[in-house]
Design a protein around this ligand. Structure first.
Ligand SMILES: NC(=O)c1ccc[n+]([C@@H]2O[C@H](COP(=O)([O-])OP(=O)(O)OC[C@H]3O[C@@H](n4cnc5c(N)ncnc54)[C@H](O)[C@@H]3O)[C@@H](O)[C@H]2O)c1
Length: 347
């Protein structure tokens, strides 16, 4: 199996390593010569050691041709460059095309993406919201599914908070958020877009608890960078949505250190909490029921997050997982981007 990856940046390195670990050969390209050199000499080796022979750098010009023979196409460019790449590709039947998160920059790209997805029904489009295919999240989802009972009121609180410092650790060539899309909400950066793993996962859980949740309207508030800042984005974002049975509050920021990422579901005497990286290299689920506490632990490394994702893509291709059953099926991420657009008043 072969993967073609667009973007030799931070996610390009994670995905290449995961592909190779899962037996998938990699072709990778970038429009920037500097990014290609950094990838080969610094980024990949500093994270994963010597670059294996089955990762090959190709030109963006050749990439379009190679795309026809690759089963996996992984678009790891900045959000505002995603549609440009997709537009220039021929989408093949029985090919998986993954769009990193957020799947597009806020604004009109979403409409174009929806129409492209509709036109190519035999291509499997997925998002890069990798946390929702991790074993810990799938187990959390199973527990929540069992919790679903008629007329129960559920409150969901999502926190996905990590400071610029945490994010920039993975981009040591940047001076600050202003040097990339990260510092600009309208390019797909800022708290709402960069940490949209939280909103996306919260929506999956809310839709599981209430089939009507898809119709809930969003209220949004944020704290923006001030006029003296070298960048222009939301630093803290809060999205609130509610139906008769379920309320969802999602708080994301680029300020909190150490990072704090969790989803808590509360119902009368039961609380179930999924905690991402609660302890170094461990996700946890904490269930508190009638005063008793149970903890389930899921050891993992950062590299594992992406191996779970690539295995998931192989299972989608092989038919072991149906697209409509997958948490990263593009329609779920489209819903997330719709809420992002609505929040930023882009629709
Ligand atoms: N799923 C995750 O946990 C996760 C982790 C990291 C990043 N990401 C996402 O991945 C995307 C990229 O992030 P990053 O940190 O790798 O950014 P980055 O800036 O490190 O790398 C992006 C690279 O894409 C290249 N690029 C731009 N246009 C291109 C094109 N048309 N063709 C080929 N290459 C092109 C840029 O030159 C750059 O080198 C973002 O949307 C980010 O949110 C997701």
């Amino acid at each position: 199996m072969k993967a073609l990856i667009f973007g030799c940046g931070s996610i390009g390195a994670h995905l290449s390593n995961a592909c190779v670990a899962c037996g998938v050969d990699v072709l990778i390209c970038d429009i920037s010569e500097a990014a290609i050199n950094r990838f080969k000499k610094d980024l990949y080796p500093s994270r994963y050691g010597e670059m294996p022979a089955n990762i090959k750098i190709v030109t963006t010009k050749d990439a379009r041709e190679f795309a026809r023979s690759c089963e996996l196409i992984l678009i790891g460019t900045p959000p505002d460059a995603r549609m440009k790449v997709l537009r220039e590709l021929d989408c093949n039947n029985n090919q998986v095309i993954l769009l990193e998160k957020p799947i597009v920059a806020p604004g009109p790209d979403l409409k174009e993406l929806k129409s492209l997805v509709n036109k190519n029904q035999n291509t499997i489009f997925v998002s890069g919201y990798d946390h929702v295919v991790s074993p810990s999240f799938l187990r959390f989802q199973e527990i929540i599914r069992d919790l679903k009972t008629a007329n129960q009121i559920s409150q969901i609180l999502v926190n996905f908070r990590e400071s610029w410092a945490g994010i920039l650790n993975a981009h040591n060539w940047l001076h600050g958020p202003e040097d990339s899309y990260l510092g600009y909400s309208l390019r797909g950066g800022g708290a709402l877009c960069e940490h949209s793993h939280g909103l996306n996962a919260g929506l999956i859980i809310a839709n599981l608890l209430d089939n009507d949740f898809i119709n809930a309207k969003a209220a949004y508030s944020c704290k923006r960078s001030d006029s003296k800042s070298p960048y222009d984005c939301d630093l803290f974002s809060s999205v609130y949505m509610k139906t008769k049975e379920v309320s969802l509050r999602v708080e994301q920021d680029v300020l909190t250190s150490p990072a704090r990422k969790f989803i808590r579901v509360e119902q009368e005497s039961t609380t179930v909490e999924w905690i991402c990286n609660n302890v170094e290299s461990k996700d946890q689920i904490v269930i508190s029921k009638d005063g008793r506490i149970e903890i389930e632990e899921f050891p993992k490394t950062r590299a594992d997050d992406f191996k779970y994702e690539i295995e998931h893509l192989k299972n989608l291709l092989g038919g072991k997982i149906k697209a409509e059953d997958s948490n990263i099926e593009i329609k779920k991420a489209i819903l997330t981007s719709q809420i992002i657009n609505e929040s930023l008043k882009m629709e």
